[in-house]
Write a protein that binds this ligand. Structure first.
Ligand code: FAD
Length: 623
């Protein structure tokens, strides 16, 4: 077998979105020689698409805000299934991470007295999202890129080489995490997209920061990169994924024209006053406030409207319920025949804000609708419907260190990591998650690496990875695009926003059959930039992750957050202390039930007893 080029680093970060770059910066600052590998161009990660903002209790817009309120909102949003220590660290550290970003050059929108402005978002008690218009992710990533370059310039001054301690391998795709004979992480195997050449990066620490899984679904807000690679890499390396049944369907994606179906309409539209109406012109969300949230949301349109001016004395409008609630409500309205002409509902900001305010506060939305749908949102309502947006499930990690469970040297942060958001993520809590846990992952990965841990990549591991990557060139005639389309349709139709037992069982059968066909996937041509080959390799990941979602969704016989079962519509308190772990086995996936760690008493004390009684299982209340 021909030799594959090898390079030695201390830490390899897979992914250059917000989580990956924040991890890489911290690892480099902690003294580790750090390589970053990313599938697309440097600066083009999914994070640039984030619109609404970063959630952090800086209390600039409401002095009553603090980390405890943010923690409470996050736990409520996740229906108490969050890994509570992550939610605590996230709420405590998010403000510092935002301030830090500003010292690195981020330019957030300001309040009239010059502080960082914060906007309302669903499920957040106070205006909490620091933002840059509706292009916050772009500014976040730009700032992290700028910091990366600044560190490289520092290294150049000291060593004469910009890339001596921090190097970005752009347009390289990792297909395997490699381990040593003792089961410790030893590096990664990747290919360069343009040339097709293979490369092994040896390192005792590997940080997965690859983002989400949306490309397994037909209608999604996610970009082409979201093929669940990090989820699959972790599974194949022996780490479990936690609670993969929880997939967030954002309530407001574009529904028309078909070519743009699924593209996100930011929650900021509702945060800034936009309202949802059905075809009868009714603000239907007032009919969909669940019991657990009744006391916190307005009962009349008048009260909801007053809240924008006087939040102290009024309750928020139900358009700002957590995303899972709003998505289900829209789904029900459409099903009841009260949808818009193209199968969504109406989202109207044109009658709520002056045209120039809309153009100023929501510039991307204005252009998106004008250019893609020929709709002027300053004069007309948008048509919107649910779109697959975010995965709450992910690599099971230690809350403090972001270390993946059971695989020494493997770390995960950002959307690929599970636990933080429980069964449903609040808007704005991802960008803060990336910064908080990106920093932690980088720090602990560096500490682990420089402690002298980690072994040597075995030659047969490299040979196996190489053979696996080349297999589609000798495949048996299955077309990767056909298989991908069939998988997307299956996930959309059978494991989508509303789930049923029989359909999920059917999905598992279809996924099994697709996996078998994927074993014969064939591509033509050569290794130089060959999208068919790239997709053929991504298919393994999407199939594995889809099986995790379907298997866990079938197992959890209740509805909670991003998992709604028509045949089990209630949230069952007895399921609260249960996490579902997926592990790779025999080419597929097996499930394991594990108990969640009991929430620390001082954190439980932040909630009223009556509220806890709505969420916690009987035995947890008695304890
Ligand atoms: P990403 O930013 O997606 O980065 C993943 C990286 O991994 C990329 O560099 C990719 O190339 C790389 N990668 C993937 N697989 C491989 C591989 N096999 N080998 C090498 N590299 C690989 N959240 C908020 O908090 N606020 C918002 O306002 C908000 N708005 C959003 C709007 C949209 C349209 C979308 C889709 C999401 C939004 N989110 C928002 C969610 C948030 O943007 C994402 O959850 C977050 O950016 C994920 O960041 P990440 O660093 O985990 O992954």
């Amino acid at each position: 077998m021909s030799s594959v080029e090898r390079q030695r680093w201390d830490v390899v970060v897979v992914g250059a979105g917000g989580a990956g770059l924040r991890a890489a910066i911290e690892a480099r600052r902690a003294g580790a020689r750090t390589a970053v590998v990313c599938k697309s161009l440097f600066g083009k990660a999914h994070t640039v698409m984030a619109e609404g903002g970063i959630a952090a209790s800086m209390a600039n817009a409401n002095e009553h805000d603090d980390w405890k309120v943010h923690f409470r909102d996050t736990m409520r949003g996740g229906k108490f299934l969050n890994q509570w220590r992550m939610a605590e660290l996230h709420a405590q550290e998010a403000p510092e991470r935002v301030w830090e970003l500003e010292t690195w050059g981020a330019l957030f929108d300001r309040t009239p007295d010059g502080r960082i402005a914060q906007r309302n978002f669903g499920g957040h008690e106070y205006p909490r999202l620091a933002h840059v218009g509706d292009r916050t992710g772009l500014e976040l990533l730009r700032t992290l890129q700028q910091k990366t370059v600044a560190l490289q310039q520092e290294d150049h001054r000291e060593t004469g080489d910009h890339e001596s301690r921090l190097k970005v391998f752009q347009e390289f795709t990792v297909t395997r995490v490699l381990k040593d004979a003792d089961g410790r992480v030893a590096g990664v195997f990747c290919y360069e997209r343009e040339s097709g050449r293979f490369l092994v990066l040896e390192a005792p620490s590997v940080v997965l920061a690859t983002g989400g899984i949306g490309k397994s679904f037909k209608v999604t807000s996610n970009s082409w990169e979201y093929t669940g690679d990090g989820h699959a890499l972790a599974l194949l390396a022996g780490a479990p994924l936690v609670n993969m049944e929880f997939v967030q369907f954002h309530p407001t994606g574009m529904v028309w024209p078909p070519s743009v179906k699924g593209i996100l309409v930011t929650e900021s539209v509702r945060g800034d006053g936009g309202v949802l109406r059905n075809s009868d012109g009714e603000r239907f969300m007032f009919d969909y406030v669940p019991d657990v949230f009744k006391e916190k949301y307005a009962e009349t349109e008048e009260e909801g409207d007053r809240w924008y001016e006087d939040p102290e004395n009024n309750r928020r409008p139900p358009e700002l319920l957590p995303r899972d609630e709003v998505a289900r409500a829209i789904n029900s309205e459409v099903k009841a025949g009260r949808g818009s002409p193209h199968g969504g509902v109406f989202l109207d900001v044109s009658t709520r804000l002056p045209a120039d305010a809309i153009r100023r506060r929501l510039p991307s939305m204005y252009h998106q609708f004008k250019e893609l749908a020929d709709v002027d949102i300053t004069a007309e309502a948008m048509e919107v419907g649910p779109t697959c947006h975010y995965v709450m499930g992910g690599v099971a990690v230690d809350s403090e260190t972001a270390a993946a469970v059971g695989v020494p040297g493997l770390f995960a942060c950002g959307e690929v990591a599970g636990g933080m958001h429980g069964s449903n993520r609040l808007g704005g809590n991802s960008l803060s998650d990336l910064l908080v846990f990106g920093r932690r992952a980088g720090l602990y990965a560096a500490q682990y690496a420089v402690s002298g841990a980690g072994g040597v990549v075995e030659a047969d591991e490299v040979d196996a990875a190489r053979a696996e990557a080349l297999a589609p060139f000798d495949g048996g005639g299955e077309n990767p695009y056909t298989l991908h389309q069939e998988l997307q349709q299956t996930m959309n139709d059978l494991v989508g926003i509303i789930r049923r037992e029989g359909e999920m069982a059917e999905a598992l059968e279809r996924i099994g059959a697709l996996r078998e066909r994927a074993g014969r996937v064939a591509v033509e041509g050569h290794r130089q930039f060959n999208p068919g080959w790239h997709l053929a390799l991504d298919l393994r990941n999407m199939l594995l992750v889809s099986e995790c979602v379907a298997r866990a969704a079938l197992e959890r016989t209740e509805s909670r957050g991003g998992h709604t079962r028509e045949d089990r519509p209630a949230m069952e308190r007895s399921w609260r202390p249960v996490n579902l772990l997926c592990r790779a086995a025999d080419g597929g996936v097996v499930l394991e039930r594990v108990r969640t760690e009991p929430v620390r008493p001082d954190l439980l004390a932040l909630f009223e007893k009556e509220e806890l009684a709505k969420y916690l299982a009987e035995e947890e209340l008695e304890a």
